[in-house]
Design a protein around this ligand. Structure first.
Ligand SMILES: Cc1ncc(COP(=O)(O)O)c(C=O)c1O
Length: 452
């Protein structure tokens, strides 16, 4: 084990915003500790260095022990030499540090990564992915898991279910592991008389309702309101004796709007006494006050509600297709009896990555802040161009371009930006997902150039 440490003046740290500190944590792994003006953190690969922070009088305010029991402090030059970067410039501004290390191109003019894209290799801003990448702990867990691919997930799946249940403060039996929207849709459709109605907001993400027709289900779309929000009164009014479930995405996709909290709770309390309410919270963790907003609170109080979460958005594990659902006890028992959500054969790599992601308490605040900064920049642009836009709280924006989506999307593709599909019936609106800061800046200038 090759442990060593180096000093870093607290005066530099004092220039770091909470976001930057959060990203440093993200970058170097778990153990970033913070006292008044001091930090110390250890990289997650366990093989390299410790980083020590000092106060202004050069006193070491925090120092973690080296594995060999002796703390070694090396100079920056020594550190550079050991890392083959003898002539590197050490004094990085906060922004160029982040840009250099993360490749984020944090701000225009400061470490911005030059981007040149063509229609053949466009920047993909169409799937609401998180291109900032997964937690370092998730990556580490994936690598570790590669050593036991020959084994079934078995008890690791159960342990993950228990971890999620603790986090959500429900019984493990109420947790279903996996990407389950389609399976839930189909199961619910076949679980009663043919012709059961599934109500959802239009335009909207339709994976769940899209799966009900082979089971005899019928889809009923309710338009979003003028603010591009779930129209709660209209959705409630659409419930009738044939309704099998109401499916709500909060924050909504494609608009990103979040329903006002009290109205949303009142809606769920009322409608869940008449039918099952399904709440997809794929993007809810982009909000700071997510624990106070989640409909899981109402499941804990016994409401007839199912909540869905995914690791494909905030946690940047889209390629692993992992999520979970929280269900009321009675429904959970009947769905499980039908074979839904068995963990024994869950994908062990996805389980390991998801479990490690949840255990990394530094990752979400860092991503959340970066995403919020990007949303602000987009909204400034929409204001400047006097475009109508939805008040998105997700990692994407939705705005009215004033021309058919196909025309706008083709123009963006010519500029090297893939904005993806249309969301009928909102044919003159476009959704753009966030990429890295540099990609977003590039996309904004393409939008401005075309719509100005
Ligand atoms: C609202 C919503 N729910 C669920 C998903 C599914 O995400 P994943 O397939 O990555 O789990 C998406 C993906 O776009 C989404 O927008």
């Amino acid at each position: 084990m090759n442990n060593f440490s180096f000093s870093f003046c607290a005066t530099h740290y004092s220039n770091f915003s909470p976001c930057s500190v959060a990203i440093l944590r993200l970058l170097f792994g778990a153990r970033l500790r913070e006292s008044d003006r001091a930090l110390s953190f250890r990289p997650s690969d366990m093989t390299s260095y410790w980083l020590h922070f000092h106060d202004n009088s050069s006193r070491t305010v925090h120092r973690a022990p080296a594995d060999n029991g002796a703390n070694q402090t090396i100079t920056r030059r020594g550190f550079d030499r050991m890392n083959g970067r003898e002539n590197s410039r050490w004094i990085l501004s906060r922004r160029s540090w982040l840009s250099a290390v993360l490749g984020l191109g944090v701000a225009p003019g400061l470490g911005q990564v030059a981007i040149a894209r063509s229609p053949d290799t466009p920047i993909r801003l169409s799937f609401n992915e998180n291109p900032l990448g997964p937690s370092p702990r998730a990556k580490e867990a994936i690598l570790t898991q590669l050593n036991s691919l020959e084994r079934y997930t078995a008890d690791k799946g159960e342990a993950f279910r228990a971890q999620v249940a603790r986090l959500e403060n429900v019984e493990p039996d109420q947790i279903f592991v996996g990407e389950l929207l389609e399976e839930f849709g189909l199961q619910l459709a076949i679980s009663g008389q043919p012709g059961g109605e599934f109500i959802y907001s239009e335009p909207g993400y339709a994976a769940l309702v899209g799966a009900v027709s082979p089971g005899g289900g019928k889809v009923v779309g309710v338009p979003l309101n003028d603010r591009q929000e779930n129209d709660l009164p209209a959705l409630a009014a659409a419930v009738n004796s044939k309704t099998r479930a109401v499916y709500l995405v909060n924050p909504h996709n494609p608009s990103g709007t979040v329903s006002e909290q009290r109205a949303f709770d009142a809606f769920i309390r009322d409608v869940s006494t008449r039918t099952l309410v399904l709440v997809d919270e794929a993007y809810l963790d982009f909000l700071d006050d997510y624990p106070e907003r989640t409909a899981a609170r109402l499941i804990r109080q016994g409401a007839n509600v199912v909540v869905f979460r995914t690791f494909g958005k905030m946690y940047a594990l889209a390629g692993l297709s992992m999520g979970y659902a929280i269900a009321p006890k009675a429904l959970a028992a009947s769905l499980r009896a039908n074979g839904l959500g068995l963990t024994f054969e869950a994908n062990c790599v996805a389980v390991a990555a998801a479990a490690a992601s949840l255990a990394d308490s530094h990752y979400v605040p860092a991503i959340r802040e970066l995403v919020a900064q990007e949303r602000e920049k987009w909204q400034e642009l929409f204001e400047r161009l006097k475009l109508r836009y939805a008040s998105s709280k997700g990692n994407f924006v939705f705005f009215e371009t004033g021309r058919p989506h196909a025309e706008f999307a083709a123009a963006m593709l010519r500029e090297g930006v893939d904005v993806g599909r249309t969301f009928p019936p909102a044919d003159r609106w476009t959704r753009i997902s966030f990429g890295t800061a540099a990609e977003n800046a590039f996309a904004r200038s393409a939008v401005e150039g075309y719509l100005r």
